[in-house]
Ligand binder design. Structure first.
Ligand code: ADP
Ligand code: MG
Length: 288
């Protein structure tokens, strides 16, 4: 049987934007010593807007770079894809069809467009494949940059900006006050991760983390004796959510993430996670 205080508390939580899917997750929330946050859509709003487009090719203008990228991105559900498609729609550019679309997990997308092989990839992909740029991107440190490749040759880049949620700083501060560490884990590049982590005063960050590495990071933290909660929204985050002592899915994210996690953040508000932990502590104090 569910103790009455717990039943009441989980009902109360639902009102406060939390869906508790199993009671163990709620019971365990009060033991959390480290909270690992996925960046996009959790600490940030998750809406990317194109802030800059640059072409490296004299024969191609910025619109052509966007057009190629949008062809690939119409097949993707990543927030970066949504941002690029929105820009192309605003500019009334036609989106060409693609063949052989493929998602390169955690690194980008590729497809054939008008007989040419195009990729849109992360800075990590360039490093890994030792691809050189004619000029380093000149962008704000907080922006996410993706590169457009034609047959493995960089032909341009697109910079996108996302916004930190106004509630995030407050959430991290509350956790700090209760001696709970906060760690940022993201597939995005180091500059963006560093910028968000420092803006929010987080304890540490890990950038350019591939989906399978997210799970490994959780395991590493657990080995050092931390009781770890993980929040995430993507399909990519599901294994890490399952590995964490408490998995918290962000409501606006994928169904797979929500199925794996014990708790769902209905309003995608990081402040609700901090409240959950405090609430868990208070509930079990009441029972003793
Ligand atoms: P996160 O959810 O932390 O952003 P992902 O694994 O989803 O991590 O993505 C990691 C990186 O891979 C992105 O920052 C981007 O550089 C690249 N990437 C992933 N999907 C796409 C896409 N559809 N278009 C362009 N780049 C992408
Ligand atoms: Mg994600």
């Amino acid at each position: 049987a569910v103790p009455l205080v717990v039943a009441k508390s989980t009902a109360q939580s639902a009102k406060n934007g939390l869906l508790i899917k199993n009671r163990t997750a709620f019971e365990n929330a009060r033991k959390i010593t480290t909270l690992v946050f996925d960046k996009t859509g959790t600490l940030t709003v998750g809406k990317f807007e194109v802030s800059k487009v640059v072409s490296y090719q004299s024969g191609l203008d910025e619109l052509a770079i966007l057009r190629f990228a949008s062809a690939l991105e119409q097949n993707s559900e990543h927030p970066i894809a949504t941002g690029i498609i929105q820009k192309v729609k605003d500019l009334n550019i036609d989106i060409p069809k693609t063949k052989n679309f493929n998602a390169i997990t955690g690194k980008g997308v590729e497809a054939d467009v008008e007989g040419q092989h195009i990729k849109v990839v992360s800075p990590g992909y360039l490093k890994e494949n030792k691809l050189n740029l004619p000029i380093e991107p000149d962008t704000d440190k907080a922006s996410t940059v993706v590169f457009v490749l034609l047959d493995e040759m960089p032909i341009g880049y697109i910079a996108l900006a996302d916004t930190v949620r106004p509630e995030s700083a407050d959430a991290i501060r509350t956790l700090h006050d209760h001696h709970i560490k906060s760690i940022l884990l993201t597939g995005d590049n180091k500059e963006v991760a560093a910028s968000v982590a420092s803006k929010l005063n987080m304890d540490s960050f890990f950038a350019e983390v591939l989906p399978h590495q997210k799970l490994e990071k959780i395991k590493e933290l657990q080995k050092t004796g931390e009781y770890v909660a993980m929040t995430g929204d993507g399909v990519n985050d599901a294994p890490a959510l399952a590995q964490a002592d408490v998995g918290i899915a962000v409501g606006s994210g994928s169904d797979i993430a929500a199925e794996t996690a014990g708790i769902v953040l209905v309003n995608s508000n990081p402040k609700d996670v901090a409240n959950l932990i405090l609430f868990g502590k208070a509930t079990y104090r009441k029972m003793i």
